[in-house]
Ligand binder design. Structure first.
Ligand code: HAM
Length: 421
């Protein structure tokens, strides 16, 4: 060992387990691709202002968790703590809003948060992100939520739940906020909680401490104070979700960690994960575009944590994306056979057959072990005596049957055996 390790709160994803990570990631993105969402890739770092203005100055994410640094040109940059703000920045910079709306996009990649690491909570993690921008339509909210659900269902997950609420908007949240502030003012709260309440009183509803929760029993809830328009919007979202066969749990105290949410807001939680139970979350954000200097356009989206979803897949004992290994494995003995093996493997790969051989001087025993481990359904051994006779020994691992095949026919025989004629 070199003494160097992955930074605290990060981890390496190694083969063969990494195929499960890829399987989860790709299964989560498949519904988005199928629904015609366009792939978009933005940098893993942005001007710090993108997140300070986008995610919200008062959030833990911006205040405590960002990896912010000055580059050598004196620019303040931040490793993205989430993907939405950067995607919105790109949407505005490239004026994607001047074409047909909504603009539907998805992305997948690294996010970085300086959090206290624990199971399911890391400093580097991967999100699959979906956004639908530029149109305010409850049917679109329902589509986005349903696409998230679809990804989990396709993985075979069953022990997850959709938590749903509405956080209102400019037409009702300011009045509700006043109500809540007045309510909180009467409670017995410590200094820090009071300070938090001043910046964002909703956050207090989310306080996990029992002594705080005990005082919040009859706290006013946003859903009971929605304006007519946001109430109608929320009703329509639920109607569409019912039509789409998506079940949910009303979560009137749901508070998200990012400040941009308005109206429909949701989280996906999984039973098998302990404290870090959120495998995904999202919602509408009417003000994000304007906060980043763009036109007044709404958006809705979600992000799913790939790493946490992988933990959920494990917790349910599902086998996703297990490595299939190779189909054919060639074991050469001696220099001449080796040349033949390398050529044969090259040809097989070009023909779409997953094939491999041994490298380095392994000897027969080591080579056979490697062949075994490769998972190949067909193995060819080319020994010196075989070569003298112009054949290789083709073994079908499922039947144990072994046949001598002329060297010139090995390619065809392997191709036929693995992918058919
Ligand atoms: P978020 O709830 O902050 O939302 O993160 C979404 C998901 O990312 C979480 O549910 C969780 O699965 C995963 N995640 C977050 N932090 C960590 C961490 N430290 N370690 C491992 N996984 C983590 C957002 O990021 C919003 N941008 C979602 C969104 C998109 N809203 C609208 N559009």
């Amino acid at each position: 060992m070199s003494g160097l390790t992955a930074p605290k709160g990060t981890f390496d994803t190694l083969p063969p387990d990494s195929t499960r990570f890829l399987g989860v990631r790709d299964t989560l993105t498949a519904p988005l691709r199928q629904a015609g969402y366009g792939y978009i890739e933005t940098p893993a770092f942005e001007d710090t202002a993108v997140f300070a203005r986008g995610v919200g100055e008062s959030t833990d994410v911006v205040q405590k968790e960002m990896y912010t640094f000055d580059d050598r040109g004196g620019r303040s940059l931040t490793l993205r703590p989430e993907l939405t703000a950067g995607l919105m920045r790109a949407f505005l910079e490239h004026r994607l809003y001047s074409g047909a709306l909504p603009v539907k996009i998805w992305s997948v990649g690294s996010a970085f948060r300086y959090e206290r690491p624990q199971a399911g909570r890391y400093r580097h993690f991967t999100q699959v992100d979906c956004e639908a921008l530029g149109v305010d339509d409850p049917a679109l909210d329902a589509e986005v939520v349903a696409l998230g659900v679809q990804g989990f269902r396709d993985l075979g997950l069953t022990d997850f739940e959709l938590l749903l609420t509405s956080l209102g908007d400019d037409t009702c949240r300011p009045q509700y906020r006043e109500l809540l502030v007045a309510y909180l003012a009467k409670l017995d709260l410590d200094e820090e909680t009071r300070r938090r309440a001043e910046i964002n009183p909703l956050r207090v509803l989310d306080d996990k401490r029992p002594e705080v929760q005990a005082q919040l029993g009859d706290a006013p809830l946003m859903v009971d104070h929605l304006s007519d328009s946001t109430r109608a919007h929320y009703d329509a979202v639920r109607q569409h979700l019912t039509d789409l066969g998506v079940a949910w749990t009303e979560a009137p105290r749901l508070v998200r960690g990012l400040d941009y949410y308005t109206k429909t807001t949701f989280e996906f939680v999984h039973d098998g994960l302990g404290a870090q139970s959120a495998i995904g979350g999202g919602g509408g954000y009417a003000g994000l575009s304007a906060a980043l200097g763009g036109p007044d356009l709404p958006g809705i989206g979600y992000a799913v944590g790939v790493d946490r979803t992988l933990l959920a897949v494990r917790a349910e004992g599902l086998d996703v994306g297990a490595s299939a290994g190779v189909q054919a494995f060639v074991v050469p003995l001696g220099a001449e056979a080796k040349r033949l093996a390398v050529r044969l493997v090259g040809q097989l790969r070009q023909a779409g057959v997953a094939a491999d051989t041994v490298y380095g001087d392994r000897g027969l025993k080591g080579a056979m072990k490697a062949a075994d481990r490769s998972g190949a359904s067909h193995i060819v051994v080319i020994g010196e005596r075989d070569l003298a006779e112009g054949v290789g020994q083709l073994k079908d691992m499922s039947t144990g049957e072994q046949t001598a095949v002329p060297v010139a026919d090995l390619f065809d025989a392997l191709k036929r055996a693995t992918v058919g004629p």
